[in-house]
Design a protein around this ligand. Structure first.
Ligand SMILES: Nc1ncnc2c1ncn2[C@@H]1O[C@H](COP(=O)(O)OP(=O)(O)OP(=O)(O)O)[C@@H](O)[C@H]1O
Ligand SMILES: [Mg+2]
Length: 509
């Protein structure tokens, strides 16, 4: 019987009798067999021991651009191009399947049918046996052209993505759901000084500043639990040199096909340069503020100096009164001491911060010391500076120099709101786990229209040359860096303003 694509007999015939178990006859099975062969998404060719095609399914006929007539009954070498036969050694392989009865392991081949672009196949040869004899061999060809093209595209996209990640200036790090590093880009290597091979597998939290590792672990845990979509935090990284590198992180979850979080991507920008620029800015603003206080400071120095001067003049003349002599010397010493204290305070204030590192501070001391520098200017402007400390200790973590700068800016603004004198009160207190500093004045107040702008850089209502408009914007940055908030508590035009700074209070252990 001639076997064609449309009528391919099953290789193993079971006779014409109906099956006792199913009640189906041979014709029914043959139809099923034809239907399966015709519809499977593979090219199937049944080959006899003389290496002739006994049957070929529709898939092969269509893909190879052949007809049944020039395929079925033809030898393999008449069906496949010579180049393929030579490259794949197909005939020898089919022969070996007939000889050994063992199927051919899957292999890849490319096949170009006339008039169609080259296609790639994954093929195997399966022995079809009746008893122990191999009656036929089945060549099964799976067209993997699209799959290969797809995986080439995926590889290209991966390479593209990898080169973007590698050329990024920011740290791009990925972790598994536990927080162990799975990738670490070149910028991360450059900034941290750690090679990717060294840190891979380590906990990302373990490379963060002591005290923040837990925060990093919590962020990752919350993201994996699906509670957080995206998260931003500033956490210092410990470099290979041991130095702390300030990094602004943005975390996002990596989701698998089922939507589960399978890891985290952390993109971090190195803040070292930004911090250095901020330092310059803070310093210039601080020196400008000291300029505002110059008059007050000069006045404050003049008093003790003139007292010392008069006392010294008395001593120029011979005096017989040892008690008076002693009093004069005492006045001179007091004057010198007072002047040196003013100068010392000033110098401490003007000095750039030795480091940006945070330490445990008493906010009350920070405020007291700042106000001691600001007192002379208050006197000069006929301002009554009132201090009130509800507690003696308000422990916070931060940088004293930067926090002094915040207080100084707020108090100077209050002074500037009182050109004809008035009251400025500064008070500190503990409030709901926070340390608060209030600066209140009964000056001009802030116009309602300006309330939303006063923290913007360069916003000022002062005449040109008298204010840069950076004071409050710097205060805002510093307070934010300290994990706190700064706000206008209350301001009424013509009546005065109250500004407040709230910082997280350190929990005593
Ligand atoms: N206590 C206050 N009373 C009234 N207005 C205030 C007060 N504090 C701030 N402002 C308003 O906010 C503006 C911005 O303040 P900010 O300290 O940022 O800049 P500035 O004081 O104008 O200039 P700089 O501080 O750089 O010398 C001020 O120009 C002023 O209009
Ligand atoms: Mg100001």
């Amino acid at each position: 019987m001639k076997r064609t694509v449309a009528a391919v007999a099953p290789p193993v015939s079971s006779g014409s009798a109906a099956s006792p178990s199913t009640g189906k006859d041979e014709g029914w099975y043959e139809k099923l067999y034809h239907m399966l062969l015709g519809n499977v998404p593979f090219s199937l060719i049944l080959i006899d021991p003389a290496l002739r095609v006994v049957s070929a399914n529709r898939n092969f006929i269509e893909k190879a651009r052949r007809t049944e007539g020039n395929t079925v009954g033809k030898r393999i070498r008449e069906v496949f191009p010579d180049a393929i036969l030579e490259f794949t050694q197909l005939e020898a392989k089919i022969r070996s399947v007939f000889d050994t009865g063992v199927g051919l392991p899957g292999t890849q081949m490319t096949y170009r049918a006339p008039g169609v672009p080259i296609r790639s196949y994954f093929y195997t040869v399966i022995p079809i046996k009746t008893g122990s004899a191999v009656e036929h061999a089945m060549l099964v060809m799976d067209d993997i052209t699209e799959k290969l093209q797809l995986s080439a595209k995926v590889r290209m996209a991966e390479r593209h993505l990898a080169s973007v990640v590698e050329s990024a200036n920011d740290l791009v790090i990925s972790t598994d759901p536990v927080g162990c590093i799975t990738s670490w880009n070149s910028a991360a290597e450059r900034i941290s000084g750690y090679r990717s091979s060294v840190v891979r597998g380590q906990l990302l939290g373990g490379l963060c500043e002591i005290g923040r590792s837990k925060d990093m672990a919590t962020i990752i845990k919350q993201m994996v639990a699906g509670g957080v979509g995206e998260f931003f935090a500033e956490i210092n990284l410990i470099a290979a040199t041991g130095a702390l590198i300030p990094v602004d992180w943005s975390f996002s979850p990596i989701r698998d096909d089922s939507g589960h979080v399978s890891g985290i991507v952390a993109v971090g920008s190195d803040l070292v340069e930004r911090r250095a620029l901020e330092q310059h800015l803070y310093q210039s603003e601080k020196l400008a503020a000291l300029g505002v206080m110059a008059g007050g400071i000069a006045h404050e120095l003049r008093n003790p100096l003139s007292v010392s001067f008069s006392a010294a003049q008395f001593l120029l003349d011979p005096i017989d009164d040892p008690a008076f002599q002693k009093e004069c010397v005492g006045k001179i010493l007091q004057g010198i001491e007072r002047s040196s204290m003013i100068i010392e305070n000033l110098l401490r204030f003007a000095r750039p911060p030795s480091s940006n590192q945070a330490e445990t501070l008493n906010l009350v001391t920070v405020v007291r010391e700042t106000l001691s520098v600001l007192t002379p200017q208050a006197k000069l402007q006929k301002i009554n500076l009132i201090e009130h400390y509800a507690e003696t200790e308000l422990p916070v973590t931060g940088n004293a120099n930067l926090l002094q700068q915040v207080i100084m800016n707020l108090v100077l603004n209050a002074y500037q709101a009182l050109p004809d004198g008035g009251d400025v009160s500064v008070f500190t207190r503990r409030e709901a786990g926070q340390a608060s500093v209030y600066v209140r004045d009964n000056g001009c107040g802030i116009a309602a229209a300006h309330l939303g702008q006063i923290f913007d850089p360069f916003f000022t209502t002062r005449p040109v040359g008298q204010g840069t408009g950076l004071g409050l914007s710097i205060c805002h940055t510093i307070v934010k860096q300290h994990g706190g908030v700064i706000a206008v508590e209350n301001s009424v035009e013509g009546q005065g303003s109250t500004l407040v700074v709230r910082l997280p209070l350190m929990v005593s252990v």
